[in-house]
Design a protein around this ligand. Structure first.
Ligand code: SAM
Length: 176
């Protein structure tokens, strides 16, 4: 990522006000699919709403974003809720942190080059929670997933839920 892109994200995060802990969109009404506990990774975590929601459920959370402004917001949210999250300032163009996780969330950030690492990063029984922009129900464009992209990228996993429409694609999948 270029310095200009990072500054653009910092400016966007600087105007986000009063974040609250929130489940990832794909888990709304499906939080029973979450493993009982363990390690969780939230990629491109923004201001940490999902990361803190996971920490409040007892997960040991690693949360990665390129924007220090976003991560400071996340740290403040975690402090307000008296939970600990490991905030990692990193450019995902350089790949994932090392490790395996029981839950990996990546919401509203799409980089197909990371898909193999996302699958490899799931511990046995681990849950992948993805939402990306999709061409389905939208006009298309270079940041959007082609129809069926998530199903074919993660065909080694057990698909628990898949949905495409209104410009978004969602996948919930488990490593058996
Ligand atoms: C649309 S926001 C989504 C934030 C959060 N996942 C959510 O659902 O609210 C995209 C996030 O990706 C981060 N981001 C963009 N490019 C990145 C990169 N190359 N490496 C790490 N984070 C990046 C931005 O700082 C921003 O927080």
């Amino acid at each position: 990522m270029t310095a200009t892109d990072r500054e653009r994200w910092d400016r966007r995060h600087a105007v986000v006000s009063a974040p609250v802990p929130m489940p990832p969109d794909a888990l709304r009404g499906r939080s029973g699919l979450l493993p009982a506990g363990g390690a969780a990774l939230d990629l491109a975590c923004g201001s940490g709403q999902v990361a803190v929601w996971l920490a409040l459920r007892g997960f040991a959370v690693d949360a990665v974003d390129v924007s220090p402004v976003a991560l400071r917001g996340g740290a403040a949210l975690a402090a307000a809720h008296e939970v600990t999250v490991r905030w990692v300032e990193s450019d995902l163009d350089d790949g994932l942190p090392d490790g395996t996780w029981d839950v990996i969330v990546c919401q509203r950030f799409r980089d197909p080059a990371l898909y193999p690492a996302l699958a490899a990063g799931l511990a046995p029984g681990g849950l992948l929670v993805l939402t990306v922009l999709s061409e389905v129900g939208d006009e298309g464009g270079r940041f959007r997933a082609a129809p069926g992209e998530l199903l074919s990228a993660f065909d080694e996993l057990e698909v628990l839920h898949h949905e495409e429409g209104n410009g978004e694609a969602t996948l919930l999948a488990r490593r058996s």
